[in-house]
Design a protein around this ligand. Structure first.
Ligand code: NAX
Length: 329
């Protein structure tokens, strides 16, 4: 029997938690031969605790052969003890009258605590995926509070944005999603993101030959960037199953490698493309296996593409400036 992979999930009693846990437990991320151990960290209030208890009862009732163990904990250091894969899902949602700066500040304390606990307790090769919004800057805060871990252990989720972009291209061209390669989403997981199809191919043909510029500018870009809001409008709740699925795609590729495929991850910038070093920015990467990745280099931008990249990077820089006093030692 293989040693169970240690997976920690803060925020397990929420919507995304309810979608992701069953897939993690069933082997959707690490395969049917890899047992998993789930450590679930919720807020210590009666409603969340009761909801988590119900989720764990359902996980029990699935009798997944791959679920070797599972426990609920209240202390982040206990949650991350030896953790190899961490999904930071729980975050403070934006409340009425809250400005973006208030939201950044409210989340800073959560991600500071979690960053410190990861620093103290997690595997030195841990893979931390920040899903809770504002995810790029939350990841930035978390890794700044984990000085003994490589910043490359941290990333934020923009795979859902990339998956949404692929889905729109597939629908427009009536081609299967598996025939689409090379879509990348730059920048912030916000409306400023830059979904980029300049290097994308669909069944081997350049995407830019199959869709026209007007569709790209007037339909594709705003549809991808505002898809989260459209989901809320349609179902009265934010994306959950698609977010969970993207989180699994992200972590699976990150750990196993992407077989040479370009995938989108928000990662600490190494200064490529003039993106200030350290900010957590959506970028095209190739995952090379064992949790390693390389940022794709030498991409040339159109003038419009460069302007879009600059705009979304400027937003990330502003967010990093807002939280700067909160991460100063
Ligand atoms: P829910 O409000 O349904 O669930 C969040 C859960 O986290 C709750 O059970 C809450 O008690 C718990 N929680 C909050 N603070 C915690 C803490 N400090 N420690 C442990 N648990 C804590 O939200 P859900 O729909 O699951 O979304 C979770 C986060 O994902 C939100 O911030 C949301 O904005 C973000 N999203 C990010 C996406 C992305 O692509 N990066 C897309 C989907 C989603 O919008």
């Amino acid at each position: 029997m293989k040693h169970p992979a240690r997976i920690a999930v803060p925020g397990p009693a929420g919507q995304i938690g309810y979608s992701i846990l069953f897939r993690l437990a069933s082997g959707a991320m690490l395969g049917p031969d890899q047992p998993v151990s789930l450590t679930l960290l919720e807020r210590p209030n009666p409603t969340s605790s009761a909801a988590l208890k119900g989720v764990m009862m359902e996980l029990d009732d699935c009798a997944f052969p791959t679920l070797a163990e599972m426990k609920a904990v209240r202390d982040p250091a206990e949650a991350f003890d030896g953790a190899e894969y961490v999904f930071l899902i729980g975050a403070r949602p934006r409340g009425p009258g809250m400005e973006r700066a208030d939201l950044l500040e409210a989340n800073a304390s959560i991600f500071e605590t979690q960053g410190r606990a990861l620093n103290e307790a997690a595997s030195r090769n841990v893979k931390v995926l920040v899903v809770g919004n504002p995810c790029n800057t939350n990841a930035y805060i978390a890794y700044h509070h984990a000085p003994n871990l490589d910043p490359k252990c941290f990333s934020a989720m923009m795979r859902l944005d990339a998956n949404r972009a692929v889905a729109q291209l597939a629908e427009k061209t009536q081609k299967p999603v598996c025939s689409i390669q090379g879509v990348r989403v730059w920048g912030n997981h916000s409306n400023s993101m830059y979904p980029d199809i300049t290097a994308a191919t669909i069944a081997g043909t350049a995407a830019t030959e199959l869709v026209d510029e007007a569709w790209y500018n007037d339909y594709f870009l705003p549809t991808v960037a505002t898809r989260g809001g459209a989901i809320i409008k349609a179902r009265g709740k934010s994306s959950a199953a698609s977010a969970a699925s993207a989180a699994i795609d992200h972590m699976r590729d990150w750990w196993n490698g992407s077989d040479g495929r370009v995938v989108t991850m928000a990662v600490p910038s190494d200064g490529s493309y003039g993106i200030p070093e350290g900010i957590v920015c959506g970028m095209p990467v190739i995952c090379t296996g064992n949790g390693n990745y390389e940022i794709v280099k030498d991409i040339e931008f159109t003038a419009a593409g460069r302007a879009r990249l600059d705009k979304t990077v400027a937003e990330l820089v502003k967010e990093s400036e807002t939280v700067a006093p909160l991460i100063a030692e």
